[in-house]
Design a protein around this ligand. Structure first.
Ligand code: ZN
Length: 203
């Protein structure tokens, strides 16, 4: 090696980690050795003390940035009509339950809330639809976004529910105006919604 400035054996300063930063004392740029006497003499044995301090300062700053809690990515917006499924940690619902967001609002105490429908099947395999609501952060922990409802699924489900609708509309089975009839009104809404999905352009 003909140039001693590039040989760490002759120029120990080449091993100084402080070469990573510029030197405020002599103006050496990152990677360059420090110089003395207005740049006429290369410092082979060491770097300027301020340069070592500058490196420590830079390292401390980098560590502080790493330690800082990074702002979480903005969670995806929850919107009316979106479909969700229970998370695997959510033991209150079956994985097959489908959650549809129905309403978003800010409660009197200031927290954002979500009202939603739960479409599921009961112990006998019968469809049910329940309504629930919870704070939005609880919702985010309990449900994960699902694919938009597929048209084929909507058609199949609408046909399935149509049988129940016929029963609900049969006054010999369920007296109109009765409490039980009122409890089935949601089904008619759901069937209408499914039919609207089925008539939408193919997704
Ligand atoms: Zn220097």
């Amino acid at each position: 090696m003909s140039n001693p400035d590039l040989n760490p054996a002759i120029t120990p300063a080449l091993n100084s980690p402080a070469l990573a930063v510029a030197c405020d004392s002599c103006g050496a740029q990152p990677g360059d050795l420090c110089t003395s006497h207005s740049g006429t003499r290369v410092r082979r044995n060491d770097v300027h003390r301020v340069r070592s301090l500058a490196l420590k300062h830079a390292e401390a700053q980098a560590a502080a940035v790493r330690a800082e809690p990074q702002p979480a990515d903005e969670p995806p917006a929850i919107e009316v009509g979106q479909n969700y499924r229970p998370t695997t940690e959510n033991l209150h619902h079956k994985a097959t339950d489908r959650i549809v967001v129905r309403r978003l609002w800010t409660a009197d105490d200031g927290h954002d809330a979500v009202a939603y429908d739960i479409h599921g099947t009961d112990y006998a395999g019968r469809d049910f639809l329940a309504h629930s609501a919870c704070p939005i952060d609880v919702f985010r922990r309990s449900y994960r976004p699902d694919e938009p409802e597929r048209r084929a699924d909507a058609i199949e489900r609408a046909e399935h529910l149509a049988n129940i609708r016929d029963m609900v509309n049969d006054p010999t089975i369920i007296p109109p105006g009765s409490l039980i009839h009122g409890s089935y009104v949601f089904l008619l809404d759901e069937i209408a919604r499914l039919q609207a999905v089925a008539e939408e352009p193919q997704r």
